[in-house]
Design a protein around this ligand. Structure first.
Ligand code: 4NP
Length: 152
């Protein structure tokens, strides 16, 4: 079975959205794929996703409320086929920690832009934009990697 790990900084805003959307896509396409997420930082270990991420996911019919944050660990680099960083700083941190099977989500859409960290955003609108970026890039990533059943 193929496996993908999405990694951001806190594992409470962006990567849980990526995990939730990717699982939704995998389920809809009957793909046999292990999907998880983690953070490079440990501040929020054990916590659920932030309220705005839960809310924006629910808006698109995805329930991420039961996810819990965890810190990325070295074993992840061998136990997952692919590590997906949400932004350049996550990418550099993961590279420093020894990840080689590493890509950046923004390389699969939105002109290579980072998925911005919405943690310090004021309102909900930024989360909607972040969700749309994640949705579009995960669609392309899964298609490029032939994870979707109609991607050849
Ligand atoms: P995330 O957002 O990386 O998208 O989960 C953050 C959440 C928490 C912190 C930073 C980013 N923090 O510094 O606590």
């Amino acid at each position: 079975m193929k496996s993908v790990l999405f990694v951001c900084l806190g594992n409470i805003c962006r990567s849980p959205l990526a995990e939730g959307y990717a699982k939704h896509l995998a389920f809809a396409n009957v793909m046999d794929l292990k999907i998880d997420s983690a953070g490079t930082g440990a501040w929020h270990v054990g916590e659920p996703p932030c309220a705005n991420s839960v809310r924006v996911a629910a808006k698109y019919g995805i329930d991420i409320a039961d996810l819990r944050a965890r810190e990325v660990k070295r074993e992840d680099f061998t136990s997952f086929d692919l590590i997906v960083a949400l932004d350049e700083s996550n990418y550099q941190d993961l590279k420093r920690l020894g990840a080689t099977n590493l890509v950046k989500l923004g390389d699969y859409g939105y002109g290579g832009k980072d998925v911005p960290d919405p943690y310090f955003f004021d309102g909900f609108d930024g989360f909607d934009e972040v969700y749309k970026m994640i949705e579009s890039c995960v669609n392309t990533l899964f298609s490029v990697k032939s994870y979707t059943k109609d991607s050849g």
